[in-house]
Design a protein around this ligand. Structure first.
Ligand code: SF4
Length: 414
């Protein structure tokens, strides 16, 4: 009798058994994940994987869903890359092009702190000084050789106002990350995809040299060597295949296993924007998002949080969010009472009260966290000592955001 081929479609019963084993073992193996990933379009398969992912989430991370009350500080939206789905990136002179002064960073940080925010999310374009002479001259006139050096100073300003920075500045060198580490509670870089194909002509990353997967993986490794609590993630729907999604998840898992620094993986669905080359491409359907959040949960195991951005999940109502809460998602990432999502400006933040209600309706509890998770905060080796002290001062006994730090916070837009 012939043994079944490794590529033969799995039966539903086999998929249910593999998913159950993953819950018990704390992870799913690669060959199985690849075979299941190709079958997630089948509603019965999706149902089995989502059910197992929900059980895994409850068993591994408890009935808690986290969120970070933050302010978004896009220090500069100048960027040398041109990803075909992005409206954030600008060139000098474009309408909306902006680089924040340190005075503006201070003012925004102060307002954010008094609104109960703890996280200052510094998210900015990649190395604009390499592309734009006028910006390079402006930076030099301020006394900074690079955007990364300017960013260190901006983080110091935010810290001096009582905020905890989380920086995502695109590709950074190990030296630049080392300079940022004392002024950041955590840092991040979306891996996005390990697909080299998307760098080719016609691909989403053809005009984005900083999206080269090998360079992004290298930065993840270097952040691990520096022991920085790190956020990564995968984009869904920019032209990648199911097998490439599985490759990306396993690359993240390998990094998390090796260094123990990966605190969360964001599963971010592509959303088309007018004025981009990908404006006519559809956003992934609900089942697609739910299925890959669930599979990510089973692949990444107990130590990595799976984050679902709630503003993208609620663009068409609450249904997707409710499904994600029952499919392994355990974090909503940053939600701001003060600032928009500059990357997805068409997607307003849901109110925190509404997120709390939806989470409770799914039998779980919403808890506000710092930019770093309690599990990472417990590990002193992941921090510069002074930064860890600042984090601990804002945390409660369980490592979540202390209630009194949020006292008086408005629910304006959050
Ligand atoms: S997605 Fe990031 S790297 Fe790509 S163009 Fe936009 S800002 Fe630049």
């Amino acid at each position: 009798m012939n043994s079944p081929s490794a590529d033969a479609p799995l039966s539903l019963r086999e998929i249910e058994a593999i998913a159950r084993t993953a819950v018990d073992d704390g992870r799913m193996e690669r060959a199985a994940a690849a075979r299941i990933g190709r079958r997630l379009g089948d509603p019965a398969v999706l149902g089995a994987v989502a059910e197992a992912a929900h059980e895994a989430k409850l068993r591994w991370r408890g009935a808690i869903v986290t969120v970070s009350r933050n302010v978004f500080l896009p220090l500069t939206n100048l960027c040398r890359d041109r990803c075909t789905y992005c409206t954030f990136a600008k060139s000098p002179g474009d309408p909306g092009a902006k680089t924040y002064t340190l005075g503006e960073v201070r003012e925004i940080s102060r307002a954010a702190r008094s609104a109960g925010c703890i996280e200052a999310l510094f998210c900015l374009g990649d190395k604009p000084e390499l592309a734009f002479a006028s910006y390079r001259e402006w930076l030099a006139a301020q006394g900074y050789p690079s955007t990364a050096a300017y960013l260190v100073e901006a983080c110091r300003v935010a810290v001096s106002e009582g905020m905890l920075p989380h920086t995502n500045a695109g590709l950074l060198t190990q030296e630049q990350m080392a300079a940022l580490r004392p002024w950041n509670a955590s840092m991040g870089l979306m891996l996005e995809t390990t697909s080299e194909r998307l760098m080719a002509k016609g691909g989403a990353h053809h005009a984005a040299p900083d999206k080269q997967p090998s360079l992004r993986l290298r930065m993840h490794h270097e952040a691990g060597e520096l022991r920085i609590p790190f956020t990564t993630g995968m984009l869904l729907g920019i032209g990648e295949t199911a097998d490439e999604r599985v490759d990306t998840l396993f690359a993240i898992r390998a990094l998390a296993d090796h260094y123990g620094h990966v605190q969360e993986a964001i599963l971010q669905p592509f959303h088309p924007k007018a004025d981009t080359k990908m404006r006519d491409r559809a956003t992934p359907v609900e089942d697609d998002v739910v299925g890959w959040v669930a599979l990510a949960r089973l692949v990444l195991g107990p130590g990595v949080s799976v984050q679902a951005p709630p503003n993208l999940a609620t663009l068409t109502g609450d249904r997707l969010l409710d499904r994600l809460l029952r499919a392994g998602a355990d974090d909503f990432g940053g939600v701001s009472p003060l600032s928009i999502d500059f990357i997805n400006p068409e997607a307003p933040w849901p109110k925190l009260d509404a997120l709390r209600r939806r989470t409770e309706a799914a039998g779980q509890m919403l808890r506000e966290r710092l930019p770093v998770y309690p599990e990472q905060l417990a590990r002193s080796e992941l921090f510069d000592p002074a930064m860890r002290e600042r984090c601990l001062a804002l945390a409660d006994a369980d490592g979540y955001a202390r209630a009194r730090e949020r006292a008086g916070a408005s629910e304006v837009a959050a």
